[in-house]
Design a protein around this ligand. Structure first.
Ligand code: GLU
Length: 292
């Protein structure tokens, strides 16, 4: 199959070194396979996404020397490439989940609902849902309806060991219902969660390998369950080690960690960053595609 990779930044802040390194790895992996690389704008979280961050992320990635052949700025056959413009597709998937009896309405207003629009990064993993609104019998689930707007949760199988072979970190396993619980797929303000939108798009855009940060390994198990229920093809996964600062703390947008803009303003050169990553990666056991 022809390799198709993607860069999926969220325009909720300026990209920092951690994003840059992950996106560079995604770029290198697509290039090594003479594959296609697309850019998807993960702008579902309207409260935190801003047009100036969209402009900045495109500009910063170009400055870094990355190229993509499809995206919101260049178009392409799998568009639109802004998640905010793809809502009908997510709604269709939601309906399929509802008809399959895989989800149920939930009136709990917990942190995981608030955060569901964005990919959960370091320190944002939700606690296992205690099952307050979960129907007791499978039959009760099929085609469930809700007269009032409600959040909807995916009911995970109890005690199933799920696993996948990650291209970077090897075998990853988690037990559903123990390591993670029923998770949000749709919010009562009529928006899909990151988990649903992401796997629907990866399938619809023909992605063959997802390259992203290791903090999203936990999300992958949820996406595997969604893909299975929706009969969507599953891409391969390559979760890159996270970049830490000199104290060993992982970088995060919210901490105001070193942004690419700031580094650039200080005179940092993209070719030096890339050369550093290439050295760093070839001296550690992260498998990299052969260089061109
Ligand atoms: N847009 C997500 C983020 O910035 C990443 C989604 C993904 O790669 O699956 O964290």
């Amino acid at each position: 199959m022809h390799y198709r990779g993607r860069l999926a930044p969220s325009p909720t802040g300026y990209l920092h070194l951690g994003h840059a390194r992950t996106f560079w790895i995604a770029h290198e992996r697509a290039k090594a396979r003479s594959g296609a690389l697309l850019l998807r704008n993960d702008d579902l979280d309207a409260g935190r996404s801003r047009p100036e961050f969209v402009r900045a992320m495109l500009e910063d990635l170009r400055w870094l020397g990355l190229h993509w052949s499809e995206g919101p700025d260049v178009g392409g056959p799998f568009g639109p490439y802004d998640q905010s413009a793809r809502l009908p597709l997510y709604r269709q998937a939601f309906e399929a989940l509802r008809q399959a009896g895989a989800i149920y309405p939930c009136s709990c207003s917990r942190q995981d609902v608030v955060r569901a629009l964005s990919a959960p990064h370091v320190g944002e993993e939700e606690p296992v849902y205690p099952g307050t609104c979960r129907p007791r019998h499978d039959d009760a689930l099929r085609n469930m309806e809700s007269s009032k707007p409600r959040h909807w949760r995916f009911r995970v199988p109890d005690g199933e060991r799920l696993g996948f072979e990650d291209g970077a970190v090897g075998r990853c396993e988690q037990v559903s219902g123990a390591d993670f619980g029923d998770f949000i797929v749709w919010r009562k303000d009529d928006l899909p969660s990151y988990q649903l939108a992401c796997i629907v798009d990866d399938a619809a855009m023909g992605i063959t390998e997802v390259v992203r940060g290791a903090d999203l390994i936990a999300s992958t198990f949820r996406q595997i369950l969604l893909a299975r229920t929706l009969s969507l093809p599953l891409p391969s996964f390559f979760h890159c080690p996270l970049v830490t600062d000199s104290q060993g703390t992982r970088l995060s947008k919210r901490d105001g960690a070193t942004s690419l803009r700031a580094l650039r303003a200080q005179g940092c050169r993209a070719e030096d960053l890339r050369a550093g990553w290439r050295r760093d990666i070839t001296s550690t056991p992260v498998p990299l595609p052969p260089s061109e």
